[in-house]
Design a binder for this molecule. Structure first.
Ligand code: SME
Length: 163
């Protein structure tokens, strides 16, 4: 795949590291935990990176592996940035969360946020959520990095097991 559009700020290397982690393990929790840690430590100026997973029993998005401060454990469909992005199945990049009606403030330091749906077999099974304390922190090449990482996780979803 041509990753030239990821830019020169190390995103190509981060994507390669993410793919190597995903390819080498079939435990879903381990992979999500490692991807959260990788992005948290390698993407500059982020204060929270993690996952919300669909829980069919409750019909809610439930907190999964993450790095950052403790966060809201359950998000109802169409609530907040997470519920909105995952309901429509499209990436949502919010330049300033203070201007997003219904934003759920888990960490008051967060000022911009990206949520990327993770698709498996035609449905959204989870979301990758990344927060930054900077307004407008996520240019298109960083959004693309997160989308490619989410795509890799989605492609691996069915060969992975829970724990
Ligand atoms: N801000 C999110 C909630 C999750 S936290 O950012 C970790 C939202 O509005 O859905």
């Amino acid at each position: 795949m041509n990753t030239a559009s990821l830019g020169v700020n190390g995103n190509t290397e981060i994507l390669a590291a993410a793919r190597a982690l995903i390819e080498s393990e079939t435990n879903l929790i381990a992979n999500l935990a490692n991807i959260a840690a990788l992005l948290y430590h390698r993407v500059p100026e982020v204060n929270w990176v993690g996952f919300y997973l669909w829980e069919a029993r409750s019909g809610e998005w439930v907190l999964g592996p993450f790095m950052g401060k403790p966060a809201c454990t359950r998000i109802r469909p169409q609530r907040g940035v997470v519920g909105t992005a995952l309901a429509v199945g499209q990436t949502l990049a919010v330049r300033d969360v203070h201007e997003f009606l219904g934003h759920i403030a888990c960490d008051p330091d967060s000022r911009s946020e990206v949520v990327v749906p993770i698709w498996s077999e035609g449905r959204v099974v989870a979301g990758l959520d990344v927060d930054s304390p900077q307004v407008g922190r996520f240019p298109s090449q960083d959004v693309e990095l997160l989308e490619l990482v989410a795509e890799g996780l989605g492609a691996s979803w069915n060969r992975c097991h829970g724990y």
